[in-house]
Ligand binder design. Sequence first.
Ligand SMILES: Nc1nc2c(ncn2[C@@H]2O[C@H](COP(=O)(O)OP(=O)(O)O)[C@@H](O)[C@H]2O)c(=O)[nH]1
Ligand SMILES: Nc1ncnc2c1ncn2[C@@H]1O[C@H](COP(=O)(O)OP(=O)(O)O)[C@@H](O)[C@H]1O
Length: 215
Amino acid sequence: MAESQTSSSTLARRGLMFILSSPSGAGKTTISRMLLGADDEIKLSVSVTTRPPRPGEVDGVHYYFVDEDEFDRMVEEDDFYEWAHVFGHRYGTPKGRIRNALKEGQDFLFDIDWQGTQQLFQKDQQDVVRVFILPPSIAELERRLRSRDTDSDEVIDARMERARAEISHWDAYDYVVINEDVGGCFAKVREILDAERMKRQRQTGLIPFVRELMS
Ligand SMILES: Nc1nc2c(ncn2[C@@H]2O[C@H](COP(=O)(O)OP(=O)(O)O)[C@@H](O)[C@H]2O)c(=O)[nH]1
Ligand SMILES: Nc1ncnc2c1ncn2[C@@H]1O[C@H](COP(=O)(O)OP(=O)(O)O)[C@@H](O)[C@H]1O
């Protein structure tokens, strides 16, 4: 078969900003890590935080851990796409090289809260895909936070206090997935990502491809 100038399997496309949010403990970190492990085309947007690292968290991989002064400096120098106060700490999305990489077809995963989601959406509606993960019940949410064994009782109580407020933002998302069993939830999140990649507007290589088909 003669090789065509434009192959359908290598069509250029614009990258997307794939946001996963949930009340704390519902499983977004678990799903994020599964997605990053399974899919080479998506990279984590590593946030900057003033929260201390949890055991096993690596600076520059899970977060950039900074002190209050460093965070202030980054705010002053306009280094953030968005930032927010969450659970008494500050979290922000650094600008880095995201804009240019999107043009080159790189996808980014954002594990950020509803405030950050709103800000990113206002800045860049066409590239943002918003997914909200819900726990199957409040009792299970609390069980998961306790079983994770990373936070004190006080911190867990504060996270549970906030859970209802966080859940109330569910309708500001494009997709809502209930994380009952991890495998099922992960499969649904992947389907969403795959379908969003196929959106006509994102497939920038379609115009020359179709032109060639029709010529
Ligand atoms: N707005 C915003 N929220 C963030 C960012 N990074 C993390 N978060 C959110 O901050 C909250 C607390 O995160 P974390 O301390 O890692 O605990 P988690 O709830 O167990 O994931 C979560 O809702 C995250 O989605 C960020 O860069 N911007
Ligand atoms: N579907 C699930 N069933 C049971 N446990 C889960 C499920 N999803 C996540 N977990 C566990 O619940 C805890 C909280 O999940 P995590 O991904 O850290 O949540 P988040 O990032 O939303 O705070 C972790 O110990 C994780 O292993």
